[in-house]
Design a binder for this molecule. Structure first.
Ligand SMILES: C[S@@+](CC[C@H](N)C(=O)[O-])C[C@H]1O[C@@H](n2cnc3c(N)ncnc32)[C@H](O)[C@@H]1O
Length: 267
């Protein structure tokens, strides 16, 4: 399961970043289509300008949109290569601040300074200890009515099945099971669940207010969660609303179809 060191190795060294991460948007018909068709509709009510924090921006696939919606944007990534790429890509945007971290620390962020914290398609590869540490710090970094949207793994919900699979001899696993179950888990963190995320919020004086459990490039497994959270006394605080959405990839397909219809290259 992905450790901080393995993430570092992968994103800072091995991965080629040939399309700056846009390659992961192909199921939606591109980064524009994914942002405007899938991500923005989920978060636009939470974005009130001010100061935003993006955790794990990679080469800036979402930074490219977030930067135009706030007065100040702070980005933090464990990969120096990614932060350098963002600095080059957004060199004309003087309101962006960049930090390389150790995969856990937000010590560079002033307390009580963040209106909105965002992370998408990154912390799915982070194990439970990383999410627990980030949330504990975010409790002090968010303003009293600040909110957060974090995309993380829910693969741990299937841990009993994964443990059973691990008992199957590896030759057979590669032949049969990897293709059916393990491959579609897409390097998700096996220790993390939506339930744990809500518990970590609670322990840190935060309230998890919505969790959308979604499938990802697979049919039947809700391996990811989009979790929304806020300080317990914030105007946003309310009981957690948990929704299971097995139609997430159908939504992606519909977005892609629509984006093709209205694009310059429409066939
Ligand atoms: C798959 S890339 C996605 C990047 C970007 N969010 C996107 O969607 O294009 C994963 C990114 O997360 C970063 N990352 C992984 N674990 C992290 C952690 N614990 N703290 C900070 N950054 C992390 C990696 O360095 C990499 O930039």
């Amino acid at each position: 399961m992905p450790t901080i060191e393995e993430n570092q190795q992968s994103w800072d060294k091995s991965y080629a970043w040939e399309q700056q991460g846009d390659e992961w948007s192909s199921s939606w018909g591109g980064a524009d289509a994914q942002w405007f068709g899938s991500i923005l509709p989920r978060i636009q009510a939470l974005m009130s300008g001010g100061t935003m924090l993006e955790i794990a921006p990679g080469f800036g696939r979402w930074t490219n949109y977030l930067k135009d919606t706030c007065d100040r944007l702070i980005v933090v990534d464990l990969s120096e290569k990614c932060i350098k790429a963002c600095q080059e890509r957004f060199s004309t945007d003087s309101h962006i601040e960049y930090h390389v971290n150790d995969g856990k620390s937000l010590a560079m962020i002033p307390d009580n300074s963040i209106d909105f914290v965002f992370s998408f398609d990154s912390l799915v590869h982070a194990e439970a200890d990383v999410l627990a540490t980030y949330l504990a710090q975010l409790a002090t970094k968010l303003k009293p009515n600040g909110v957060g949207f974090i995309h993380h793994s829910n693969l741990g919900q299937y841990q009993p099945i994964l443990s059973l699979i691990e008992q199957i001899p590896s030759e057979m696993r590669a032949e049969i099971v990897n293709k059916i179950l393990l491959e579609p888990t897409r390097w998700r963190a096996g220790s993390m669940t939506a339930k744990l995320f809500a518990d970590y919020c609670d322990r840190s004086d935060l309230q998890c207010i919505c969790q959308e459990l979604v499938n990802w490039e697979n049919e039947g497994l809700l391996i990811d969660s989009f979790s929304l959270f806020t300080p317990k006394n914030s105007i946003w605080a309310r009981e957690n609303n948990i929704v299971e959405n097995l139609g997430f990839m159908n939504e992606a397909a519909a977005t892609k179809q629509r984006s093709h219809l209205y694009s310059i290259n429409s066939k």
